[in-house]
Every structure is written in C-alpha cells, then in structure tokens.
Design a protein around this ligand. Sequence first.
Ligand code: KIV
Ligand code: ZN
Length: 526
Amino acid sequence: MITSTDNDRAAASNADRVLIFDTTLRDGEQSPGASMTLEEKLEVADLLDALRVDIIEAGFPVASEGDFEAVLEISKRVRNATIAGLARAGAKDIDRCAEAVRGAARPRIHTFISTSPVHMKYKLQMAPERVLEMIASSVTRARNHVADVEWSAEDGTRTEHDFLCRCVETAIGAGATTINIPDTVGYATPEEYEALFRMVRARVPNSDKAIFSVHCHDDLGMAVANSLAGVRGGARQIECTINGVGERAGNAALEEVVMAMRTRADALPFHTQIDARLLTRASKLVSAVTSFPVPYNKAIVGRNAFAHESGIHQDGMLKNAHTYEIMTPESVGVAKTSLVMGKHSGRHAFKEKLKELGYELGENALQEAFKRFKDLADRKKLVYDEDLIALVDDEIVQRHDHIKVAALTVIAGTNGPQSAALTLDIDGEKKTHQATGNGPVDAIFNAIKALTPHEATLELFQVHAVTEGTDAQAEVSVRLCEDGKSVTGRGADPDTLVASARAYVAALNKLIAKRGKTKPEAMQAG
Ligand code: KIV
Ligand code: ZN
C-alpha cells in the first residue's frame, strides 16, 4: 500500500533530483583542437548513456554536415537519454535541428539568443524588443516540432534583470519546458548566480511551468561552484562536460558536480542518477578522443586524485582510510588494484580485465586489441591497467582511420642527419618514404608529409609516460592547424617515436574527417 508519507517522500526526492545535461559533444567539441570524428562521438554517446546522463547535447546540426550527421546518428542509437541539438533563433537552424533529432526516443531542441546589452548591441545588432519577438517565434517554431524545448539566454549573467525576466516569461509562454541561464563568459560569483535564480523564479509569473538550468564556464575557475550555487537557487538541471572540456577555460566538470553532491549531501541535499563508477572510464575516453590530457591533480579523475605520497598521509591511510579519503577510488571507478597482466595472460583473462575496466569490445576490436596487448607484453615486463587503457583507447580512436602507421625504422643519434623510413597504410595500400630531419621526430613528420602532402601546421607536440619506469608506454599528443581549425591526435606505444608517428597520423585522419571528405587524396589539395 502506498501511504501519503511515501508520496511525500517521492515528491521530496523528486524535488531534489538534479538532471545532468552533458554537452561534451557540443560545447566540449567547440574547444579548439578537441574535435572528434563521428565514430568517436558515437563511442562517447554510448558511454554517456551508460553513465545515465539525462540529456546528451549531441551537436549543433546547422553548423556543419558533420555535426548534423552526428546528431542524427546519436538520435537513432541512444535509447535512454534525451538527445538535444542546439539551434540559434532562426527558422533554418531550428528546422535543421528538428530533422537531426527526429529519430530520438526523446528529442529536444535547445534554442538560444543573446540577451545582454553588449551582445544585443554589438553581436546581434538588435533592439531588445526584436530579441523578445525572436524568442517567441523561435520557441513556438521549436514546439511545433517537438514537445521538449529548452531556451537559453546567452550571456544571461550579464543581462539586465527586468529584461531577463521578460525574456524568460516570453520563452515559457511560447512553450519552453527548460530555461537555461548561462554564465557564458564565466563572470558570475556563486552568491550572485544563486540570487539570480531565486530572483527570476520569484518574479516570473509562469516560472513554475519550466525546469531551470545552469550552464557555467570556467574563466575564473568558478564553474563548478557556480553550478552548485544555481542549484541552491532552484535550478534542477546542470549543463556540464566530462573533464570540464569546453569553450575557452571549459565548462563545469560533470564528475565534479556529481561527486560534490554525492560526497557532501549534508551541505548539498540533491541527487542525480549518474552511475559514478563509470566516471573514470568516461574521463579517459574523452581524454583519448579529444587528445586533451587530464591534469595529474584534476579533481575526481586525475592520476593523483587518490594517491597518498607523504609518509604522514600514508601512515594515516593505513590506520583508517577516512583520515585522508573523502570518497573511495572504487566509487568513481578506479580499480582497487592496478593488477598486472603479462605475456602469459590469455585472451579470456584479457577480455575479463577489459570488462573490469569498463570496456565491452566487439569481436574484431577485441582481436586487434589482444594482438597489440601481446606485442606490448613481449616488450614490457609488467602491463598495468593504465597501459591497457592507453592501448585500447588508441585502438578505439584509430579503428576507422583511413591512414595507419604500418612500419617505421629510425636512425637517430649524435651524428645527423637523423632519418626515418616510414610505411603508411592508406586505405589498404602500403606506401613507403624515407626522409631526413632535424632530429628523429622531424624526420618522421617529414616522411608523413611526403606521403600525404598537406598544408597543416604543427601547433603542439607533447609526450608523457603512461606509467613509471624506462619501459613505460609513451603517450604523444599532436595538434595540427589548417584554415584556422585545429585538431589533436594521440598515439601510444612503448617506443616514443612510433607513438609520435601514430599521433601525427591520428591528427591527419581527423583533419580529413573534418573536411567532410573521406578519401586521403583530400590531403593533397592546396
Ligand atoms: O555558454 C553558452 O552561453 C552556451 C549557450 C549556447 C547555451 O553554450
Ligand atoms: Zn557554453
């Protein structure tokens, strides 16, 4: 029998439920160099769904064919989360977005327009009254396509309060079901942001008809604090990204807002439905596909987040883990032991280990990954979880690439010039070139350029060791820029030079995908 107390409890717990709106694939992907291929976006979307985010913002359909296709495919594939597409206030944006999300089990159109004086005057060059008309017409148009419409006041935190209230009332009146007030430029303080939500909810007569949402950028390092403050002010949706990737300094990090509410439920009595045990896995996948390294000291998912180095801390931990640990590593998916695999580990053990790390690979991918694991185990005595994660992520990222590194021999040392003989597999055809350079990496990159002529410039070359020891795998990131657009590629191998070649080639593959062309001949233009 359901009692009124049960009902009260359910209502209270619903009132405290915060929806998680992940925008890694939209705001995150807008971050310079973070672009992902379609296959990578699908991989991330699957994991976000498994993580149980409520809404996945899959892209900005009108922005490019690639974005449209990604939103379309993710809509067809994801069965649990709501799929949102972003649209400006114009009819073309909204209709294109509707077309992209139509196949979703739960489609959402997220439409926005700037409302601050500086944006309206200089960016939109529109009078406030015209902006109000645009809000009404865009939300109405979106509602004619779908029942779930989110409206955002871009630069909301720098918008005059009276005008913001009129905008919100107009959007809700036209049928918006979620109202987002973003801190677009990362300017707000937590106190101001909380008060803003309280003010809007109190003053707008129809505010009870919509869910309020926060969307915070991290320009002053306050995105997470601001998001939580907004929730205290009455918002019940947080827009955030894995690892905090996003425009400029990024967005609020999903793993941080979720774990803050879980760990400090006493101070933040709100809950989400996120399966936190997948947070580490999600962080690693997003780092792999964007090639943005996670800082060692990053909260929740950084390599050192649960490491206790000093003697005093280690002593305390041995006596009682609560001395220095406010949440367990297992609760966010850090495996208890970094169990070592070796060259005698079989296919079954390998598959089980991957499962434990959160990977379910198809037969072909598993076969390829196992081959690379055996090769690694032959060269490296101890294979740690981190090694396997780097290896499998590499495999996932490169599975659909047109260009692959097939063989590499390098001559390096004190007597130059250093040279590299490189064989690339280009759509199944092997091509070899020998090049010299100012050092072995330069020689390798020259060989790649000779085999795939292109005008992209190298913006970043970065190496870090996956584990400790001189036989550790190297993880290399390479950022290339073409026509003002940057892409980043990543490669891992115990040989730093092979990892460098893989990273450069991974970035090239992304450039090809970004141009919307599928053939490597595309590289030969210009
Ligand atoms: O930061 C921002 O204002 C945005 C909107 C489009 C929601 O990303
Ligand atoms: Zn944003």
